[in-house]
Structure formats: C-alpha cells, structure tokens
Design a protein around this ligand. Sequence first.
Ligand code: AMP
Ligand code: MG
Length: 494
Amino acid sequence: MNAPASPRFDNSFAALPEAFYTRLAPQPLSNPHVVAISDEVAGLVGLEAELLNSPEFAEIFAGNRLLPGSQPLAAVYSGHQFGVWAGQLGDGRAHLLGGLRNEHGHWEIQLKGAGRTPYSRGADGRAVLRSSIREFLCSEAMAGLGIPTTRALCIVGGDQAVRREQIETAAVVARVAPGFVRFGSFEHWASRDRQPELKQLADYVIDTFRPACRDAANPYAALLADVARRTGEMIAHWMAVGFMHGVMNTDNMSILGLTLDYGPFGFMEAFDPGHICNHSDDQGRYTYRNQPHIGQWNLYRLADAFLPLIGRPAQCKAAVDEHYGPAFEGRFEQLMRAKLGLRDGLPDDENFIGETFGFLQQHRPDFTLFFRSLAKLPAAVDRENMAKTDAPLRDLFVDRSACDTWLAEWRARLAQTPWPDAERQAAMRAASPKYVLRNWLAEVAIRKAKSGDFSEVQRLLTCLRRPYDEQPEFEAYAALPPDWANGLAVSCSS
Ligand code: AMP
Ligand code: MG
C-alpha cells in the first residue's frame, strides 16, 4: 500500500525465534475514525503531518492496513497475577506492528485492542473506548510528569460493539515504547525450564537496550540490577505524585522500567495510603502504600527467573536488594524533599517526611492540592496574618489547628536550611504537579467522547502536557472532584 510519506517499519523483536510470538495480522475494525492523536509522540516517532491528516491514518492505526516492513505479531509471556502464578498469558489483545528508528531512538508501535490472538484465552481481543481514552491520556500525563512510561500515539475508534458490564464500542490505542518485554516474558521460559530461550531473551534485551551490561562480569546480573534500579526509581516517582497503578502483576511490569498497561489506575485524592483504586482488587494487594513492597516482590519473581542465567541464588537476591531499595529510597526522599521545599537534606528529614505522611493520613486532604498549595506559602509568617497567609493550605483541612501545628514544624525545618521564598516555591512547584489525571476528568472526557465529541480528550491532553505549570485556562481541571464523581469506580474491565 502507499500511504502518504509512509515510514518503514523494522521489527527487532521479530528477529527472535518463532517460539517467542505468533505472527498474525490485526483484525480490521469497521468504520475507523481518529479519536485523538498525541502530536508529541507523532513527532517522536517521526510521522509526517501529511500522514497524520490523511484518511489512511485511521486505517493504519486501527490495524486495517499494514505499513511497509510491518511484521505484526503477538508475544507470549506468563506471570504472577495478584500474587499467584497464572501460567501462560501473552498479548491477548496487542499486536506489535514493528519499530521505527530515527534520531530520537528506536520506537516500537503496538496496537492494543486490535483483535484476538492465540493468547486471548477466550476473551474478545478488544478494548473499549472508555479504557482506551484512559490509557491514552494517562500515558501522556505520566510523560508530562517526567515519569518513565510507555507512550500513546493515538486512539482510533470503531463501530464494533464490545460486551463488558454493558455494551460499549471498540477502540484501538497505538502504544509506543522502545520495547514491550515484561518480567513475565522471562518468567515464561524459566517456568518451562527452557534455558536456551531464557538466554536468548536476556541477550536480546541486553544487546538491544542495555549494551553496557555486556561489560559487566556477569551481564545477566547487571541486567537484573538495572531493572531493579529503574523499577525503584519509577515507583518512587509514582509515590511522589500519588499515582496508583492498580494491577502490578508481573506481566504488567516492564523490563525497561516503564509504567506499562494502564487499567484501573488512579491518582490519590483525599489521602489514604490504604486506598484501593482497582475494584477487582478485593484483598487490597495493590494499595498506594503497598506499591514499593510489591515492586520488590515482583523483582524477586524476576530474580527467580534469572537464576538459571546467573547461577547463584545469593547473587540474584543481591542484584535486587542492592539496587531496588537504594534507588527507591534515594529518589523518593529527593522528590519528597523537593515537594516540601527542603533545600538540603538533614539527617532527620526521613522522620519529618514520615510524620508528614502520618499527618496527611489522619486528616486526609487532597494529595495534589496539599503539596501545590504548600508551595504558595512563605517561610516566615507573623501571628496576626497567619490565618490569611496560610489560607490556601488551611482551607483543605477540617481541623485547621492540626494544620497550623504541622505548618509550625514545617517552618521550623525550613529555617534550618534557608532558601529564598521565590526560589523555593519554584522548586516546590516543579516537584508537585497542579494537574493530574483525576478520575473525574477522564470521566468527563469519556462521556463526551461516547457521544461523539472528542474535543475534551484533546483539551485534557494539552493541559496534562505541562502539569507543573500554572495554566489559568485550565484552572477548573485542578479542582477537587465534584460531588457526582464520588461513586466513580474503576475495575479491570477494559
Ligand atoms: P491485564 O490484566 O489487562 O494486564 O491482562 C491480563 C491478560 O489478559 C493479558 O494477557 C491480556 O492480554 C489479556 N486480556 C485482557 N483483556 C483482554 C481482552 N479483552 N481480550 C483478550 N485478552 C485480554
Ligand atoms: Mg497486562
């Protein structure tokens, strides 16, 4: 086919032996139409404006037409789901189209929701418009926040009816990342005692993404350490903005340390560390507070899978322990210090940060508004004007005197490492977003999109590109959830 200015795909993953995947074309989607495009991602992968504006665009990213060089495939993987070994899973509704190389790197493009594959396990291979909008917006919101993530190029909607709790319509999200290999991709071969494939996969990851690991005494231990470090950093970032993934199963963990597979995620509102954002998570395995521990648990499962490559259990465990905890703690403390406006670290900061979380847990202010409002306050305040000066923060509390008590401690701590207000406040704003993808914001965009108006998706995308900036035209997007949003629930159903 001759799409305008067609880019040409390669497919590095397809160079692996056939055991790793099944080649198959996406299933066509009827009446494909563009719902949203991320122009930033289009630029990243190097798609020309001519293609973006052509009628072929929707056809290509619905999976109805293949680009030159494309060798679509669905990959196999396994994994632990909710702490239990689940056996073989795989891309049940994802087709890897291929990769595009340019000066920004090598980008693989995967269609999510483009029909059944041999790994669909009885499900329909589709994704609904609702969940596609959530994945699209959150991928781009996380990128805007500076958090490692897979990206989203576009959403293409179609006519096809899809049965979930209700009948909805199908859509396809084009995801973009350097690679989509998961912890579960390794667990798959380890669980089958298939060392040759395990080694092939590890060599593929090292050679393609982490060539520096080759120089290490044990390249596989170096790779495991790299995954541990990146996963620690990623989860520290999640915690600092109140992001909850919702389904941290090992098949949803990226070997590249990217946030992957957006489903029933959430951003913390009224602070509750035990918050369960996924309605299907009955046991509360993936609460906000559990995420750092679950990250480590998942890495131990990956370490188990790496054992045949590394040889010594102690070395596997050390690769995780020596890199995950320090990366998580170091990054988390750095981010929290920035959020609190603490210029230099002091030995007691860990305690102060811990006390602050205890205080937030007790009084449950909105997490995002708390830190953003804190950035408005001066380091010094006189008694008479205190109530007025501190109003932006105090107004988030029912118990204002508790807020005053905490503020006094905060100011005492600030005084230990003085920092001019304007500079400190700018640094605090750069660490505490004003705009996050609150469920109610996504819901408004989804409701409009279901009635054929996609403008809100694009508006939200524009806002979430610059989450740390004041954007007066989007002030309403920084607000607390409206009353109607109180009962919003998200589950694995997507
Ligand atoms: P998830 O919990 O969304 O990460 O999905 C777990 C597994 O179920 C993965 O192997 C998915 O590919 C598969 N899966 C989820 N939803 C569908 C669907 N609608 N059709 C086919 N496979 C699916
Ligand atoms: Mg998944």
